[in-house]
Design a protein around this ligand. Structure first.
Ligand code: NAP
Ligand code: ZN
Ligand code: ZN
Length: 349
Protein backbone atom coordinates (compact mmCIF):
# COMPACT_ATOMS: atom_id res chain seq x y z
CA UNK A 1 0.00 0.00 0.00
CA UNK A 2 1.09 3.59 -0.59
CA UNK A 3 1.01 5.90 2.43
CA UNK A 4 -0.67 9.14 1.35
CA UNK A 5 -1.19 12.43 3.17
CA UNK A 6 -4.68 13.86 2.88
CA UNK A 7 -7.17 16.34 4.29
CA UNK A 8 -10.47 14.93 5.44
CA UNK A 9 -13.81 15.80 6.99
CA UNK A 10 -14.52 13.48 9.93
CA UNK A 11 -18.20 14.50 10.12
CA UNK A 12 -20.74 16.86 8.55
CA UNK A 13 -19.99 19.55 11.09
CA UNK A 14 -16.23 19.22 11.64
CA UNK A 15 -13.76 21.41 9.74
CA UNK A 16 -11.40 19.56 7.38
CA UNK A 17 -8.04 18.56 8.84
CA UNK A 18 -4.99 16.35 8.20
CA UNK A 19 -5.55 12.60 7.86
CA UNK A 20 -3.49 9.73 6.45
CA UNK A 21 -4.84 7.28 3.88
CA UNK A 22 -3.42 4.38 1.89
CA UNK A 23 -3.65 3.95 -1.87
CA UNK A 24 -3.43 0.52 -3.51
CA UNK A 25 -0.23 -0.45 -5.35
CA UNK A 26 -0.91 0.11 -9.07
CA UNK A 27 -2.39 -3.01 -10.73
CA UNK A 28 -1.56 -3.98 -14.36
CA UNK A 29 -3.91 -1.33 -15.83
CA UNK A 30 -3.39 1.38 -13.19
CA UNK A 31 -1.40 4.58 -13.12
CA UNK A 32 -0.14 6.24 -9.96
CA UNK A 33 -0.32 10.04 -10.02
CA UNK A 34 1.52 12.46 -7.77
CA UNK A 35 -1.08 15.20 -7.41
CA UNK A 36 0.02 18.79 -8.12
CA UNK A 37 -3.28 20.69 -7.88
CA UNK A 38 -6.87 19.95 -6.91
CA UNK A 39 -9.78 22.31 -7.60
CA UNK A 40 -12.44 23.04 -4.99
CA UNK A 41 -15.95 22.38 -6.33
CA UNK A 42 -19.15 23.45 -4.55
CA UNK A 43 -20.11 19.74 -4.67
CA UNK A 44 -17.25 19.21 -2.19
CA UNK A 45 -19.06 21.50 0.27
CA UNK A 46 -22.49 19.90 -0.35
CA UNK A 47 -21.01 16.46 0.36
CA UNK A 48 -18.71 17.39 3.26
CA UNK A 49 -21.71 18.97 4.97
CA UNK A 50 -23.99 16.06 3.98
CA UNK A 51 -26.43 18.40 2.25
CA UNK A 52 -27.50 15.69 -0.23
CA UNK A 53 -27.67 12.89 2.37
CA UNK A 54 -25.71 9.63 2.49
CA UNK A 55 -22.25 11.12 3.00
CA UNK A 56 -19.54 8.70 4.12
CA UNK A 57 -16.87 9.76 6.68
CA UNK A 58 -13.99 10.30 6.96
CA UNK A 59 -14.29 12.00 3.56
CA UNK A 60 -11.36 13.18 1.46
CA UNK A 61 -13.01 15.45 -1.15
CA UNK A 62 -11.65 16.62 -4.49
CA UNK A 63 -12.47 15.65 -8.08
CA UNK A 64 -10.57 18.22 -10.10
CA UNK A 65 -7.19 16.53 -10.01
CA UNK A 66 -4.04 17.13 -12.06
CA UNK A 67 -0.55 15.80 -11.53
CA UNK A 68 2.25 13.68 -12.92
CA UNK A 69 2.43 9.94 -13.43
CA UNK A 70 4.97 8.33 -11.10
CA UNK A 71 4.30 4.65 -11.78
CA UNK A 72 2.45 2.60 -14.41
CA UNK A 73 1.18 -0.99 -14.38
CA UNK A 74 2.62 -3.58 -16.78
CA UNK A 75 -0.29 -3.37 -19.23
CA UNK A 76 -0.65 0.42 -19.32
CA UNK A 77 -0.35 1.66 -22.91
CA UNK A 78 -1.47 5.31 -22.96
CA UNK A 79 0.75 6.78 -20.22
CA UNK A 80 4.37 6.68 -19.14
CA UNK A 81 6.16 7.91 -16.03
CA UNK A 82 6.51 11.71 -16.11
CA UNK A 83 3.34 12.38 -18.17
CA UNK A 84 0.82 14.94 -16.99
CA UNK A 85 -2.56 13.43 -16.17
CA UNK A 86 -5.99 14.36 -14.85
CA UNK A 87 -8.75 12.66 -12.86
CA UNK A 88 -12.32 13.94 -12.78
CA UNK A 89 -15.48 12.96 -10.93
CA UNK A 90 -15.36 9.17 -11.31
CA UNK A 91 -12.58 6.56 -11.29
CA UNK A 92 -14.38 3.50 -12.71
CA UNK A 93 -17.74 2.26 -13.98
CA UNK A 94 -19.30 -1.07 -14.99
CA UNK A 95 -17.97 -0.76 -18.58
CA UNK A 96 -20.71 -3.00 -20.07
CA UNK A 97 -24.03 -1.12 -19.70
CA UNK A 98 -25.39 0.93 -22.62
CA UNK A 99 -24.29 4.33 -21.24
CA UNK A 100 -20.77 2.97 -20.53
CA UNK A 101 -20.53 1.48 -24.02
CA UNK A 102 -21.69 4.81 -25.44
CA UNK A 103 -18.92 6.64 -23.55
CA UNK A 104 -21.34 8.22 -21.10
CA UNK A 105 -19.93 6.60 -17.98
CA UNK A 106 -21.32 9.46 -15.90
CA UNK A 107 -24.72 7.81 -16.40
CA UNK A 108 -23.52 4.21 -15.79
CA UNK A 109 -26.59 2.05 -15.13
CA UNK A 110 -24.81 0.36 -12.19
CA UNK A 111 -23.71 3.69 -10.75
CA UNK A 112 -20.08 4.60 -11.39
CA UNK A 113 -17.32 4.71 -8.77
CA UNK A 114 -17.25 8.37 -7.78
CA UNK A 115 -13.79 9.77 -7.09
CA UNK A 116 -14.68 10.29 -3.41
CA UNK A 117 -17.58 9.76 -1.02
CA UNK A 118 -18.26 6.47 -2.81
CA UNK A 119 -16.95 2.97 -3.44
CA UNK A 120 -14.83 1.29 -6.10
CA UNK A 121 -16.83 -1.08 -8.35
CA UNK A 122 -16.20 -3.88 -5.79
CA UNK A 123 -18.62 -1.79 -3.67
CA UNK A 124 -16.40 -2.38 -0.65
CA UNK A 125 -13.34 -0.17 -1.07
CA UNK A 126 -13.99 3.46 -0.13
CA UNK A 127 -12.79 6.09 -2.58
CA UNK A 128 -10.81 9.15 -1.50
CA UNK A 129 -10.41 12.27 -3.62
CA UNK A 130 -7.78 14.76 -4.58
CA UNK A 131 -7.19 16.67 -1.35
CA UNK A 132 -4.29 14.21 -1.10
CA UNK A 133 -0.74 13.72 -2.35
CA UNK A 134 -1.34 10.76 -4.69
CA UNK A 135 -4.03 8.68 -6.36
CA UNK A 136 -4.10 5.35 -8.22
CA UNK A 137 -6.62 4.95 -11.07
CA UNK A 138 -7.16 2.66 -14.07
CA UNK A 139 -5.71 4.35 -17.16
CA UNK A 140 -9.13 4.09 -18.89
CA UNK A 141 -10.46 6.67 -16.41
CA UNK A 142 -7.36 8.88 -16.58
CA UNK A 143 -7.21 11.94 -18.84
CA UNK A 144 -4.30 13.25 -20.87
CA UNK A 145 -3.32 16.80 -19.93
CA UNK A 146 -1.45 19.14 -22.27
CA UNK A 147 1.48 21.21 -21.02
CA UNK A 148 0.26 24.24 -23.01
CA UNK A 149 -1.88 25.65 -20.19
CA UNK A 150 -0.97 26.51 -16.57
CA UNK A 151 -1.61 23.30 -14.64
CA UNK A 152 -3.50 25.03 -11.80
CA UNK A 153 -5.92 26.47 -14.39
CA UNK A 154 -6.46 23.03 -15.94
CA UNK A 155 -7.51 21.29 -12.69
CA UNK A 156 -11.02 22.87 -12.61
CA UNK A 157 -11.65 21.76 -16.19
CA UNK A 158 -11.97 18.19 -14.84
CA UNK A 159 -15.34 19.09 -13.28
CA UNK A 160 -16.39 22.72 -13.89
CA UNK A 161 -15.08 22.55 -17.46
CA UNK A 162 -16.73 19.32 -18.56
CA UNK A 163 -19.96 20.01 -16.65
CA UNK A 164 -20.50 23.14 -18.75
CA UNK A 165 -18.92 21.88 -22.02
CA UNK A 166 -21.08 18.75 -22.22
CA UNK A 167 -24.54 20.41 -22.19
CA UNK A 168 -23.39 23.24 -24.47
CA UNK A 169 -22.35 20.58 -27.01
CA UNK A 170 -25.41 18.39 -26.40
CA UNK A 171 -27.79 21.31 -27.12
CA UNK A 172 -25.50 22.50 -29.96
CA UNK A 173 -25.20 25.96 -28.46
CA UNK A 174 -23.42 28.40 -30.75
CA UNK A 175 -23.80 31.27 -33.21
CA UNK A 176 -27.26 32.81 -33.24
CA UNK A 177 -28.13 31.62 -29.72
CA UNK A 178 -28.75 33.91 -26.79
CA UNK A 179 -27.50 32.24 -23.62
CA UNK A 180 -27.85 33.37 -20.03
CA UNK A 181 -25.46 32.00 -17.41
CA UNK A 182 -26.92 32.06 -13.92
CA UNK A 183 -24.38 32.35 -11.07
CA UNK A 184 -20.76 33.42 -11.53
CA UNK A 185 -18.71 30.87 -9.62
CA UNK A 186 -16.62 27.91 -10.77
CA UNK A 187 -19.17 26.44 -13.21
CA UNK A 188 -20.54 29.84 -14.21
CA UNK A 189 -17.21 31.28 -15.29
CA UNK A 190 -16.43 28.22 -17.41
CA UNK A 191 -19.93 28.37 -18.95
CA UNK A 192 -19.30 32.00 -19.96
CA UNK A 193 -15.90 31.24 -21.48
CA UNK A 194 -17.09 28.16 -23.38
CA UNK A 195 -20.44 29.54 -24.60
CA UNK A 196 -18.70 32.70 -25.86
CA UNK A 197 -16.01 30.58 -27.50
CA UNK A 198 -18.74 28.57 -29.29
CA UNK A 199 -20.13 31.84 -30.72
CA UNK A 200 -23.21 32.40 -28.54
CA UNK A 201 -24.30 35.83 -27.26
CA UNK A 202 -23.79 35.49 -23.51
CA UNK A 203 -25.50 37.36 -20.68
CA UNK A 204 -24.23 36.91 -17.13
CA UNK A 205 -27.01 36.87 -14.51
CA UNK A 206 -25.56 37.41 -11.05
CA UNK A 207 -26.36 38.54 -7.53
CA UNK A 208 -22.94 40.25 -7.25
CA UNK A 209 -22.54 43.76 -8.75
CA UNK A 210 -18.79 43.49 -8.07
CA UNK A 211 -18.47 40.70 -10.66
CA UNK A 212 -19.60 42.74 -13.70
CA UNK A 213 -16.17 43.79 -14.99
CA UNK A 214 -14.83 40.25 -14.60
CA UNK A 215 -17.87 38.75 -16.34
CA UNK A 216 -17.13 40.93 -19.37
CA UNK A 217 -13.45 39.96 -19.29
CA UNK A 218 -14.45 36.30 -19.22
CA UNK A 219 -16.41 36.87 -22.44
CA UNK A 220 -19.94 37.87 -21.39
CA UNK A 221 -21.49 40.39 -23.78
CA UNK A 222 -24.01 41.60 -21.20
CA UNK A 223 -24.36 41.58 -17.42
CA UNK A 224 -27.56 41.81 -15.37
CA UNK A 225 -28.29 41.78 -11.66
CA UNK A 226 -30.99 39.26 -10.83
CA UNK A 227 -31.85 41.30 -7.74
CA UNK A 228 -33.00 44.22 -9.96
CA UNK A 229 -36.72 43.67 -10.70
CA UNK A 230 -36.84 46.16 -13.59
CA UNK A 231 -33.86 44.59 -15.32
CA UNK A 232 -35.37 41.13 -14.88
CA UNK A 233 -38.63 42.38 -16.42
CA UNK A 234 -36.74 43.79 -19.41
CA UNK A 235 -35.14 40.37 -20.00
CA UNK A 236 -38.41 38.41 -20.29
CA UNK A 237 -38.57 35.97 -23.25
CA UNK A 238 -35.01 36.85 -24.28
CA UNK A 239 -32.96 33.65 -23.98
CA UNK A 240 -32.78 30.40 -25.93
CA UNK A 241 -30.86 28.76 -23.07
CA UNK A 242 -30.25 29.42 -19.40
CA UNK A 243 -27.30 27.59 -17.84
CA UNK A 244 -28.31 27.45 -14.19
CA UNK A 245 -25.29 26.99 -11.89
CA UNK A 246 -26.80 28.30 -8.64
CA UNK A 247 -25.72 26.20 -5.67
CA UNK A 248 -28.24 27.52 -3.10
CA UNK A 249 -32.00 26.85 -2.97
CA UNK A 250 -33.89 29.14 -5.39
CA UNK A 251 -37.08 29.40 -7.47
CA UNK A 252 -36.78 28.14 -11.05
CA UNK A 253 -39.96 30.05 -11.98
CA UNK A 254 -38.24 33.44 -11.70
CA UNK A 255 -35.88 32.45 -14.50
CA UNK A 256 -38.26 30.42 -16.70
CA UNK A 257 -39.87 33.78 -17.55
CA UNK A 258 -36.65 34.79 -19.27
CA UNK A 259 -36.83 31.93 -21.81
CA UNK A 260 -38.06 32.43 -25.34
CA UNK A 261 -40.53 29.97 -26.95
CA UNK A 262 -38.87 26.51 -27.00
CA UNK A 263 -36.28 27.82 -24.53
CA UNK A 264 -34.42 25.39 -22.28
CA UNK A 265 -33.20 25.94 -18.75
CA UNK A 266 -30.28 23.54 -18.25
CA UNK A 267 -29.93 22.83 -14.55
CA UNK A 268 -26.37 22.15 -13.41
CA UNK A 269 -26.50 23.45 -9.82
CA UNK A 270 -27.67 20.96 -7.21
CA UNK A 271 -29.22 22.87 -4.30
CA UNK A 272 -30.19 20.70 -1.35
CA UNK A 273 -33.85 21.74 -1.64
CA UNK A 274 -36.08 21.40 -4.74
CA UNK A 275 -37.97 24.10 -6.65
CA UNK A 276 -41.57 23.49 -7.71
CA UNK A 277 -42.48 24.29 -11.30
CA UNK A 278 -46.20 24.73 -12.15
CA UNK A 279 -47.19 23.14 -15.50
CA UNK A 280 -48.33 26.51 -16.80
CA UNK A 281 -44.80 27.87 -16.61
CA UNK A 282 -43.68 25.17 -19.07
CA UNK A 283 -46.65 24.87 -21.45
CA UNK A 284 -46.82 28.62 -22.00
CA UNK A 285 -43.99 28.83 -24.53
CA UNK A 286 -43.19 25.12 -24.86
CA UNK A 287 -40.33 25.51 -22.40
CA UNK A 288 -38.12 22.80 -20.89
CA UNK A 289 -36.26 22.33 -17.68
CA UNK A 290 -33.40 19.91 -18.35
CA UNK A 291 -30.41 18.69 -16.38
CA UNK A 292 -26.92 17.50 -17.17
CA UNK A 293 -24.23 15.78 -15.12
CA UNK A 294 -20.47 16.17 -15.78
CA UNK A 295 -19.46 14.23 -18.94
CA UNK A 296 -18.00 10.92 -20.08
CA UNK A 297 -14.29 10.16 -20.43
CA UNK A 298 -14.23 10.58 -24.21
CA UNK A 299 -15.96 13.97 -24.05
CA UNK A 300 -13.81 15.09 -21.12
CA UNK A 301 -10.71 14.40 -23.25
CA UNK A 302 -12.32 16.27 -26.16
CA UNK A 303 -12.97 19.25 -23.83
CA UNK A 304 -9.38 19.22 -22.48
CA UNK A 305 -8.02 19.14 -26.04
CA UNK A 306 -10.40 21.94 -27.11
CA UNK A 307 -9.33 24.10 -24.16
CA UNK A 308 -5.62 23.50 -24.85
CA UNK A 309 -6.13 24.40 -28.50
CA UNK A 310 -8.16 27.54 -27.74
CA UNK A 311 -6.12 28.65 -24.73
CA UNK A 312 -9.03 28.28 -22.30
CA UNK A 313 -8.23 27.64 -18.64
CA UNK A 314 -9.97 28.37 -15.39
CA UNK A 315 -9.32 31.66 -13.54
CA UNK A 316 -8.07 30.47 -10.19
CA UNK A 317 -7.04 31.57 -6.72
CA UNK A 318 -4.39 29.12 -5.56
CA UNK A 319 -4.56 28.29 -1.85
CA UNK A 320 -2.62 26.16 0.61
CA UNK A 321 -4.40 23.15 2.07
CA UNK A 322 -4.68 24.77 5.51
CA UNK A 323 -6.84 27.53 3.93
CA UNK A 324 -9.49 25.08 2.75
CA UNK A 325 -12.04 25.79 5.51
CA UNK A 326 -11.82 29.55 4.87
CA UNK A 327 -12.23 28.91 1.14
CA UNK A 328 -15.47 26.99 1.83
CA UNK A 329 -16.79 29.93 3.90
CA UNK A 330 -15.92 32.36 1.13
CA UNK A 331 -17.66 30.18 -1.49
CA UNK A 332 -20.79 30.12 0.66
CA UNK A 333 -20.83 33.92 0.32
CA UNK A 334 -20.25 33.83 -3.45
CA UNK A 335 -16.76 35.25 -2.80
CA UNK A 336 -14.81 33.22 -5.35
CA UNK A 337 -12.72 34.35 -8.34
CA UNK A 338 -13.52 31.99 -9.87
CA UNK A 339 -12.18 28.69 -8.57
CA UNK A 340 -10.11 27.91 -5.52
CA UNK A 341 -7.36 25.45 -6.38
CA UNK A 342 -5.27 23.71 -3.73
CA UNK A 343 -1.51 23.64 -4.26
CA UNK A 344 -0.89 20.08 -3.07
CA UNK A 345 2.78 20.92 -2.37
CA UNK A 346 1.39 22.57 0.80
CA UNK A 347 0.12 19.15 1.94
CA UNK A 348 3.51 17.49 1.51
CA UNK A 349 5.25 19.77 4.02
P1 NAP B 1 -19.67 28.19 -6.72
O1 NAP B 1 -18.32 28.38 -7.32
O2 NAP B 1 -19.84 28.32 -5.26
O3 NAP B 1 -20.65 29.21 -7.49
C1 NAP B 1 -22.03 29.27 -7.26
C2 NAP B 1 -22.53 30.68 -7.62
O4 NAP B 1 -23.95 30.70 -7.52
C3 NAP B 1 -22.09 31.76 -6.66
O5 NAP B 1 -20.79 32.26 -6.91
C4 NAP B 1 -23.15 32.83 -6.87
O6 NAP B 1 -22.85 33.60 -8.04
C5 NAP B 1 -24.39 32.00 -7.19
N1 NAP B 1 -25.30 31.90 -6.03
C6 NAP B 1 -25.02 31.37 -4.81
N2 NAP B 1 -26.09 31.44 -4.01
C7 NAP B 1 -27.06 32.02 -4.74
C8 NAP B 1 -28.42 32.37 -4.48
N3 NAP B 1 -28.99 32.13 -3.28
N4 NAP B 1 -29.13 32.96 -5.46
C9 NAP B 1 -28.58 33.20 -6.66
N5 NAP B 1 -27.29 32.90 -6.95
C10 NAP B 1 -26.57 32.32 -6.01
O7 NAP B 1 -20.26 26.75 -7.12
P2 NAP B 1 -19.84 25.76 -8.33
O8 NAP B 1 -18.69 24.95 -7.92
O9 NAP B 1 -19.84 26.52 -9.59
O10 NAP B 1 -21.10 24.76 -8.32
C11 NAP B 1 -22.40 25.24 -8.57
C12 NAP B 1 -23.42 24.15 -8.36
O11 NAP B 1 -23.26 23.16 -9.39
C13 NAP B 1 -23.29 23.40 -7.04
O12 NAP B 1 -24.60 23.13 -6.56
C14 NAP B 1 -22.59 22.11 -7.43
O13 NAP B 1 -22.86 21.04 -6.57
C15 NAP B 1 -23.19 21.87 -8.78
N6 NAP B 1 -22.41 20.99 -9.67
C16 NAP B 1 -23.09 20.19 -10.52
C17 NAP B 1 -22.43 19.39 -11.41
C18 NAP B 1 -23.18 18.58 -12.39
O14 NAP B 1 -22.64 17.59 -12.90
N7 NAP B 1 -24.39 18.95 -12.74
C19 NAP B 1 -21.03 19.39 -11.43
C20 NAP B 1 -20.35 20.24 -10.56
C21 NAP B 1 -21.05 21.05 -9.69
P3 NAP B 1 -23.17 35.19 -8.14
O15 NAP B 1 -22.27 35.84 -7.15
O16 NAP B 1 -22.83 35.51 -9.55
O17 NAP B 1 -24.62 35.38 -7.85
ZN1 ZN C 1 -17.49 19.16 -9.13
ZN1 ZN D 1 -22.01 1.13 -16.78
Amino acid sequence: MIATKAYAAQSATAPLGPWNIERREPGPHDVQIEISYCGVCHSDIHQVRDEWGGSIYPMVPGHEIVGRITKVGDHVTRFKVGDLAGIGCFVDSCRVCDPCKAGEEQYCAEGNASTYNGYEMDRKTLTYGGYSTSIVVDEKYTLKVSDKLPLEGVAPLLCAGITTYSPLRHWKVGKGHKVAVLGLGGLGHMAVKLAASFGAEVTMLSTSPSKEADARKLGAHHFALITDKDVMKSLRSKFDFIINTISAPHEYNTYLKLLTINGVMIVLGIPPEPSQVPAFNLIMGRKSVAGSMIGGIRETQEMLDYCAEHNIASDVEVINIEDINTAYERMMKGDVKYRFVIDIASLKK
